[in-house]
Design a protein around this ligand. Structure first.
Ligand SMILES: [Zn+2]
Length: 251
């Protein structure tokens, strides 16, 4: 756990979550085009994965990390939640494409959760791989009620290696209300440049699910299944999970 002092808001539990790669890594299945391989998850060693997503097939990303924060989620208020992205390493056309896919992925989560998101622009960011933290490159403090996204090369990260092509996590949580108020996700540039639309959308759905507080699901019908393929519709576990964790607006 990191212990970052948040003096401005005493209610904030500072960065209580480390982005454990085991819990947040998205992997892609191997294929000649992807050039990666993903190990079978421990719970699907037989290779016979249940295709049906059950309603209960979700978990909080805080399970096992901090029991007091189990079930934490974003609040529907204040709205909308802003997101910015650093498109370093991408051409302008590639950046436009990824922003469109990310906008789509935020929209999918919005439709089922009631959370609203708005793209606030391209923003140069600094990525701290050790702490798993994104912050504005101009030195200004990271904003709350904000999600930072970045494209990272394998040379910038020891976390994004092998079959791991994306990482996502909440980064700030208010302990009293179990409200997530900040989150980050990073995507591996080399994968993004060669992946198909469905692979990209599936990856973005998955990592944003982590940012929204979801851990991995056990059934492949959920986008929170740890191996990202090309699933571009949320499963029942995904939907019920985000609904269970999202905090309504205060009356
Ligand atoms: Zn994951």
């Amino acid at each position: 756990m990191r212990a970052t002092a948040i003096t401005a808001m005493s209610l904030l539990l500072a960065a209580s979550l480390t982005a454990a790669p085991a819990a947040t890594a998205a992997t892609v299945t191997g294929g000649p085009s992807a050039g990666t391989s993903a190990p079978a998850p421990a719970n699907t060693a037989s290779g016979s994965v249940s295709a049906a997503a059950t309603a209960q097939d979700y978990a909080s990303i805080f399970t096992g990390a901090d029991a007091n924060l189990n079930g934490s989620g974003w609040s529907a208020c204040p709205a909308p939640i802003e997101w910015t992205v650093d498109t370093q390493g991408l051409t302008s056309a590639q950046a436009d494409t990824q922003i469109a896919h990310l906008t789509w992925a935020f929209g999918q989560w919005s439709q089922v959760s009631g959370l609203t998101f708005t793209f606030a622009g391209i923003e140069p960011l600094t990525y701290d791989d050790t702490a798993f933290a994104l912050s504005p490159a101009d030195g200004s403090p990271a904003q709350l009620h904000h999600i930072y996204l970045d494209f990272v090369s394998t040379g910038q990260s020891t976390r994004l290696s092998g079959s791991t092509v994306g990482l996502g996590s909440p980064t700030q949580v208010m302990a009293s209300s179990k409200e997530i108020v900040a989150g980050d996700a990073v995507f591996r540039t080399d994968h993004v440049k060669r992946a198909h639309t469905k692979e990209l959308r599936s990856l973005y759905l998955h990592e944003l699910g982590h940012v929204l507080g979801l851990a991995h699901a056990s059934a492949s019908a959920n986008v929170m299944f740890p191996i990202v393929k090309a699933k571009v519709s949320l499963g029942s576990g995904d939907v019920n999970g985000v609904r269970a964790m999202t905090k309504p607006c205060a009356a």
